[in-house]
Design a protein around this ligand. Structure first.
Ligand SMILES: *Cc1c(COP(=O)(O)O)cnc(C)c1O
Length: 471
């Protein structure tokens, strides 16, 4: 089958129409899906049809099948988990990336996407105030970005203790102690399992979930051997960040590699108003963040940043004859190939939507994006505090708000009512031994109307629970 240029036209036209219908439905559709996965699975039963179907018909069938089962995650009234929407430039750039279909691993083979990703990486380092010589790799998300930083840390710290990891593996190596705060994200433990590093040593945190540097110092002094300290910028419940400067000082005094999980919280560093919360973060050794959360590019896109390019390239570089590697002179690693910075060899050019998002926002727009998310979180917290019987459990320092409606039971009931109401989505969670309703403001499009409608939805849910109780 030879691909005539117009072989794509009809299907792409249909996709554009369906995409526009979806985007147009976001302001008014209920946030939750109308059917569950089991119902959809029952509808989709049956073997793969034997005969072909035209591309345009496939797209029509796909869109109408999916429509009731889609969640309005890109809605300005979606505050669940920590999930961003999509900026227009980023969405459109993502489509181009798909049409270009570049296997973006080699600088020599796909120079356009390689350079766009390098440019986006440089802009990110500048915005976040990180060392300009650091390597930036684009991963599927913060999970893999954390994996990259911790893998680089494992490599470096074992090298420092004279252990050749590449030759000997981990069996018989010195035990690497990994220190984490008690409220790190679960994926840190997951990536430590990928890396064969076992269970971390857990450091006490304060009431906002921030790691205590004095507790870290005590634990580090109690043992010895190679160490990695994994800090957090942005606690998913409180939004607070570990005290970077003090914790990094302690870690570096003990010769440790310091990695920062800043999936959404690292973006505070982009704003003059919030940067002080991360003072000292630039002296860590590696950082992970997401572009698909705060920066609002489409899934999936994380960012792995490593201060020592030679270490990350040692971990992820592949040296086969058929891959043509970018030039590098000793001591000056050069830009490097995209495949040397992330776990994947073949991948889409997922840094290009980052380029487009940043290009469309500019520096001022990026700052305004971060400030706007935090301002909306503050507005939601203030509106909730004005409701009788509502407690805000965290200091609202960034984009996260944790709320209780009194008893655990009442909080759970209000959460259920709110979800059933459908005009806004917030997640039920547990924090510090209490059931909570958690709000994460991560969508660029959330505006004052969304905030007002969402507060009204919470008030309705609260009133409904009240009415049920009085019955
Ligand atoms: C979301 C998140 C992660 C995981 O990121 P993914 O993009 O889902 O892989 C890790 N740490 C923190 C603090 C997060 O908020």
């Amino acid at each position: 089958m030879s691909a005539q240029p117009d072989a794509y036209t009809e299907a792409l036209d249909r996709a554009l129409l369906h995409a526009q219908a979806w985007l147009a439905s976001l302001p008014s559709r209920p946030v939750g899906p109308r059917v569950d996965a089991d119902t959809l699975a029952a509808l989709s039963e049956g073997p793969l049809p034997a005969s072909p179907t035209s591309p345009a018909d496939v797209i029509d069938e796909l869109a109408s099948f999916a429509e009731p089962g889609l969640m309005a995650m890109p809605s300005g009234r979606f505050f669940g988990w920590v999930i961003g929407g999509t900026l227009p430039a980023a969405l459109a750039a993502d489509w181009l990336v798909t049409a270009w279909d570049q296997n973006a691993g080699m600088r020599f083979a796909t120079p356009a996407t390689a350079v766009l990703e390098e440019t986006a990486g440089g802009w990110l380092l500048d915005l976040l105030g990180l060392p300009l010589g650091a390597d930036v790799g684009f991963t599927t998300g913060a999970t893999m970005a954390n994996f990259v930083g911790l893998a680089a840390g494992r490599q470096w710290i074992l090298e420092q203790s004279g252990w050749d990891l590449d030759r000997n593996g981990l069996a018989g190596s010195p035990r690497v102690r990994v220190f984490v705060g008690a409220e790190r994200h679960d994926v840190i433990d997951l990536t430590l399992r990928y890396l064969g590093l076992g269970a971390p040593i857990v450091v006490d945190v304060d009431e906002e979930g921030r790691l205590r540097p004095d507790a870290l110092a005590e634990l580090m002094t109690a043992g010895d051997g190679p160490a990695i300290v994994c800090l957090q910028a942005g606690n998913v419940h409180s939004g607070a960040s570990d005290p970077m400067g003090a914790a990094i000082d302690v870690a570096h005094r003990h010769g440790a590699w310091v990695h920062v999980d800043g999936a959404f919280g690292l973006w505070a560093a982009a704003s003059p108003s919030y940067r002080a919360q991360l003072a000292g973060v630039e002296s860590a050794d590696s950082w992970a963040t997401d572009a698909h959360k705060t920066l609002n590019v489409p899934y999936d896109c994380g960012v792995a940043i490593v201060s020592r390019p030679e270490v990350v390239r040692k971990v992820f570089g592949v040296h086969t004859s058929y891959l043509v590697a970018a030039d590098a002179t000793p001591g000056h690693p050069g830009p490097g190939d995209p495949f040397e910075k992330v776990p994947e060899l073949s991948r889409r050019a997922r840094g290009v939507p980052v380029w487009a998002a940043l290009r469309s926002l500019g520096r001022d727009g990026t700052i305004a994006l971060v400030d706007g998310l935090a301002a909306n979180a503050r507005a939601l917290a203030d509106g909730l505090l004005a409701m009788p019987g509502v407690e805000v459990l965290n200091q609202v320092v960034f984009t996260q708000v944790c709320v209780s409606f009194g008893s655990d039971e009442r909080t759970r009931l209000v959460t259920q009512r709110l979800i059933a109401d459908g005009s806004a989505w917030m997640s039920g969670s547990r924090w510090h031994g209490r059931d909570i309703l958690r709000i994460s403001v991560s969508n660029w499009s959330t505006d004052a109307t969304d905030v007002a409608l969402s507060l009204a939805a919470v008030a309705r849910a609260g009133a409904a629970v009240e009415a049920d109780a009085g019955r």
